[in-house]
Design a protein around this ligand. Structure first.
Ligand code: HEC
Ligand code: HEC
Length: 401
């Protein structure tokens, strides 16, 4: 049932009926008058639908969006494709877009036969022990090796298994043209098809219509981390860095403001804080999305390490040998320059979605993310030492995003 639209600005509006939360957010978003007017118009278009339990644009009712919305929701939350019982929501919750190790541990206590516990994601991929999944929330992802890459110890092997965290489905479906930690999926439809086959062991093929409905559902309101990112996706102003209230937050902000000193902004630039900006001095064009910040190199979780042989066009007799638990983008492009490079993720909504962070879930909290960067920046060529105060400031500011 569509609840009568009530003027968003009128203070009498109940939060479930109209996006007063939108206005609270926008008031704090440092927008120009013109930007605010555009954002407000987009927010005012939204009404809360009790049946859907979500906000929907009024104009979408005319386009018959409701039946698509409901079908998409059922496919995301309930459809198993006659497989192992898993659905998208098994791993991507409706609140944070992911599932944390503590949620997994609670499930384990309640019901060890819950769909997340399937032997394809057990410790060895065929058993019934789930220590890794319960402690780190990582799943087993199979990657086909490119033609110019082989395993040193097993040259006939054509694919490997890497242990990857579960990224959030907030903001990404509508706002990120690059999908997966290594960018291997070109669009949401093929991503959904891949997810069904990789995780759900289906006995029934999804139709292209079903894949389209799953894709559209992931662009609806509840798949955004905030009004800010939703309004941006609808053509409104880009989200802006919050000013910060405490002294730590204000100092922390400097790391994110685009400038030579704003080191985090060098890679977390642009509207979604997920692309390199003009101050980044690395060997990639501005706007690049794949880089290494030494997560695979440090391999803090001690994941199994593979030895890879990359063909060497300059010296075919001597392939280039590299060791890594997960070479990331390099296994998609076959280019050794992409070794251990992963997608730069958006930083909006970090605190709400919660950890673990990084492609291997090696940082459980934002404090651990900052500790990781302290170790990373200490490496040459940066050779930068972060003080305890720097670390507190950076963490405090990340919690605001
Ligand atoms: C067993 C857990 C699991 C299930 C079930 C699952 N996913 Fe995922 N999802 C993952 C993991 C792990 C990744 C990242 C894998 C990678 O990058 O190699 C991911 C990545 C994604 C991404 C890309 C996010 C980004 O930042 O690029 C989207 C979108 C997504 N999943 C949607 C879905 C949909 C839709 C379904 C249901 C059809 C689904 N997932 C089912 C674990 C799961
Ligand atoms: C050289 C580019 C670069 C710089 C500089 C950089 N990052 Fe990152 N950031 C990345 C990449 C690439 C990833 C993904 C790494 C992975 O998973 O292996 C990432 C991941 C993250 C994540 C994890 C998010 C998630 O959802 O898992 C956070 C948080 C983060 N960065 C914060 C920061 C902060 C804070 C700074 C400054 C102290 C910073 N980054 C500097 C490139 C960079």
């Amino acid at each position: 049932m569509m609840v009568a639209a009530c003027a968003v600005l009128s203070s009498g509006c109940d939060e479930s009926e109209a996006p007063s939360a939108a206005l609270a957010e926008l008031a704090d978003a440092d927008l120009t008058d013109e930007e605010f007017a555009i954002a407000e118009a987009i927010a005012q278009e939204m009404v809360y639908d009790e049946d859907l339990g979500d906000f929907v644009a009024i104009s979408d009712y005319d386009k018959g969006i409701l039946s698509d919305y409901l079908q998409g929701r059922d496919l995301f939350m309930e459809e198993t494709f006659d497989g192992n019982g898993r659905t998208c929501v098994t791993c991507h919750s409706r609140t944070t877009g992911k599932i944390t190790p503590s949620e997994i541990e609670t499930l384990w206590g309640e019901d060890p036969s819950a769909p997340i516990f399937r032997s394809i994601d057990s410790d060895d991929g065929v058993g019934s022990s789930y220590e890794r999944l319960r402690e780190h929330g990582t799943v087993r992802v199979g990657i086909t090796l490119p033609d110019n890459v082989s395993l040193v110890d097993d040259p006939a092997q054509q694919s490997i298994v890497v242990l990857r965290g579960i990224p959030t489905t907030l903001d990404t479906p509508a706002l990120d043209p690059v999908l997966m930690y290594d960018g291997r999926q070109p669009d949401l439809e093929s991503q959904a098809n891949g997810a069904i086959h990789d995780h759900a062991q289906p006995n029934q093929e999804p139709t292209s219509e079903e894949l389209g409905l799953i894709a559209s559902f992931q662009r609806t309101f509840s798949f955004f981390s905030s009004w800010r990112t939703f309004i941006y996706a609808k053509g409104g102003p880009a989200p802006k860095l919050p000013k910060g209230k405490s002294e730590a937050e204000k100092r922390g902000r400097k790391w994110f403001v685009p400038s030579p000193e704003g080191l985090c902004s060098h890679c977390h630039g642009g509207p979604m804080l997920n692309e390199t900006n003009e101050f980044f001095l690395g060997p990639v064009p501005q706007g690049s999305r794949f880089l290494s910040v030494a997560v695979s190199e440090f391999n803090r979780l001690d994941n199994p390490v593979y030895s890879f042989a990359f063909d060497n066009p300059e010296d075919p007799e001597n392939p280039i040998i590299v060791d890594s638990p997960d070479p990331g983008r390099a296994l998609i492009t076959g280019d050794i320059a992409d070794l251990n490079a992963f997608k730069i993720p958006s930083l909006w909504g970090l605190n709400e979605r919660g950890g673990p962070f990084f492609h291997d879930h090696s940082a459980k909290t934002l404090e651990e993310v900052t500790d990781h960067y302290a170790d990373y920046f200490a490496l040459p060529p940066a050779n930068l030492v972060l003080s305890e105060q720097d670390k507190e400031d950076i963490t405090a500011y990340m919690k605001l995003l």
